[in-house]
Design a protein around this ligand. Structure first.
Ligand code: L34
Length: 292
């Protein structure tokens, strides 16, 4: 039976550490971290994630500002919002929640964010620094996964790691981070995607699998080897009339089938999701401390 990688519990522990730091800032009369979040449109999942981010800010004593815009906002108008956030001295860091409506270019938006305030780490400057191992903001989801591997003391050096999915915000940065020569790292990484031939042959050789495809129960028990470490990044909403919300959350991994076979596994919800939020707080704290 696998040990659970409890992102919810670990997040509580780490956020308690942040809270103590903020209390020290208060005592010393230093500036308190201030995060702003831009939410465009009314995507229910994005609303839920943003709510968790704002709530967590409140819990640790950060200031937060939520900027909501209609789905039909023009790219120009959104760039104007970004310009204001870049200039606002009160705000240490900010994010523009993705996905954006199709008429807005995510690349143009990310390029407009001041790299020093880019607590998502999505600006090419910050992704470049990450790739070279320079000090920067690491994207929250991969950073949260690295933190989990670290705090649970899961060995990574020399391990075979298969990342499934090559998105800009998870799969691509994840594969780079795991391959680098760091305390958590030194994996032999295979980055797989929709054109990969015989995925199962690769996952069967993997000591660590990071599933970030966005398809419910994609990774099945026959695809993993005994004792593999399973990181489930997927958050899929599946209709469920027995739940009061009308749906339940399911990962990219068939959790029930993999749990007896894996050594460690993340649940959904309560795994990678809360760690993403905690990592965003970490980056915001870092942005604020740079100013102190
Ligand atoms: N700009 N866009 C930007 N930055 C990000 O870091 C994100 N991401 C991803 C989507 N778009 C983004 C997030 O915030 C995914 N993501 C995210 C954040 C929080 C949670 C999940 C994904 C989360 O809190 N998950 C909870 C359950 C949430 C629910 O009930 O819907 C969990 O326990 O997994």
């Amino acid at each position: 039976m696998a040990q659970l990688l409890d992102g919810k519990q670990l997040s509580k522990t780490i956020q308690e550490e942040f809270k103590q730091e903020v209390q020290e800032f208060n005592t010393k009369g230093l500036k308190i971290p201030h995060l702003a979040a831009v939410l465009v449109g009314d995507n229910p999942a994005s609303q839920s994630y943003i709510r968790n981010k704002i709530k967590s800010c409140e819990r640790v004593g950060f200031q937060s500002t939520l900027i909501k815009k209609e789905a039909d906002i023009t790219e120009e108008a959104l760039l104007e919002v970004i310009k204001e956030l870049n200039a606002n001295e009160e705000i240490d860091g900010y994010i523009v929640q993705l996905p954006l409506p199709k008429h807005i270019s995510e690349d143009r938006i990310n390029l407009a964010i001041e790299p020093d305030k880019d607590v998502d780490g999505f600006h090419p400057m910050n992704l470049g620094k990450m790739t070279l191992g320079l000090d920067t903001f690491i994207p929250a989801t991969p950073f949260g996964i690295m933190t989990m591997l670290d705090r649970y003391n899961i060995p990574t050096s020399g391990k075979n790691c298969v990342v499934i999915g090559r998105s800009n915000i998870v799969g691509t940065p994840m594969s780079i981070l795991l391959s680098r020569n760091n305390k958590v790292g030194n994996c032999t990484v295979t980055l797989t995607h929709s054109r990969t031939k015989d995925l199962k042959a690769l996952t069967l050789e993997a000591d660590i699998i990071v599933a970030a495809i966005g398809r419910a129960n994609f990774l099945t028990a026959d695809m993993i080897k005994e004792g593999a470490v399973i990181i489930d990044v997927g958050i899929n909403r599946v209709d469920d009339a027995s739940r009061k919300r009308g749906y339940r959350l399911v990962g990219d991994v068939d959790f029930a089938a993999l749990e007896p076979k894996a050594s460690y596994i993340t649940p959904v919800p309560g795994g990678v999701g809360p760690m993403t939020v905690t990592s965003l707080l970490y980056n915001t704290l870092k942005a604020c401390k740079r100013k102190h």
